[in-house]
Design a protein around this ligand. Sequence first.
Ligand SMILES: C[S@@+](CC[C@H](N)C(=O)[O-])C[C@H]1O[C@@H](n2cnc3c(N)ncnc32)[C@H](O)[C@@H]1O
Length: 296
Amino acid sequence: MTLTATLDPRPSIASARRALAQSFRRHGLATPELDARLLVAHALGLDHAALAADGARTLTAAEAAAIAELAARRRAREPVARIIGVKEFWGLDFKLNGGTLVPRPETETVVEAALAVLDRGQGRCAALKVADLGTGSGALLLALLSELPLARGVGTDLSRAALGCARDNAAALGLSARAIFVACDYGAALRGPFDLVVSNPPYVRHDDIATLAPEVRVFDPLLALDGGVDGLDAYRAISTAARHLLSPGGALVLELGAGQLGAVEALVAAAGLVPVGGPRDDLLGIPRALAVKLPA
Ligand SMILES: C[S@@+](CC[C@H](N)C(=O)[O-])C[C@H]1O[C@@H](n2cnc3c(N)ncnc32)[C@H](O)[C@@H]1O
């Protein structure tokens, strides 16, 4: 079904939005109005305010065709962030490419937990060294650097496409002078000591990947999702590596998958890392970030 098939041939911006939302609702998409607004705004190159102000304007045929093309991609379950090529995280815009995960709102819990650890210790204005293992678009590292004016950081990834994207994001955010990006297995090429190591690693159990929503299963890179048979492969590697990467008293803050808290607590404890405060919940009440440190 195309946009023009559901509307008069020259719909207004507002009626195109409504038709799109209706079509997305019929397709069972979770946030039809929001998706319609973002896609129409993107197709027309308008911001939120201009979209509302121009609602009565009639679309040109080219504009209607552009909207219809984006709508078809969304109905095929491509996430809006991938279609428009950008996702907001921690109030910053992150460009995406095929090698990057779309940064998730719950990952902001890791940023909050890391800042809370620093607020109890060295503070935000120290000359900190930060590492982000499995950096993807650079979301975690760059969000942290935006809050830590004297910190420097390194992001690692196995995906060169992701690293290129992270570098572009660092440049766009004015953080290039304080962020470098390195291709390696988690912390393998890094030399510490780091005051702070963060990671949102791949943590989906291999057999669960087939059950994920198409937006994730089809469009997020497998390398960003697959945590091995029990979902814990990355936590094993990172908790072992953290002992060599962290300065005495330095903190490791990990994102957790739902239900993984106990298993990850056991892994970090076995690596000699001790808890800093309790786990931090995301907005749904799921324990999402675990902070531990290397004893001083
Ligand atoms: C869940 S994604 C997180 C991306 C980003 N940190 C975020 O929160 O949006 C995990 C990332 O780890 C990377 N990755 C997977 N295995 C890795 C490994 N062995 N060493 C380094 N990075 C790895 C993936 O390419 C992906 O970018």
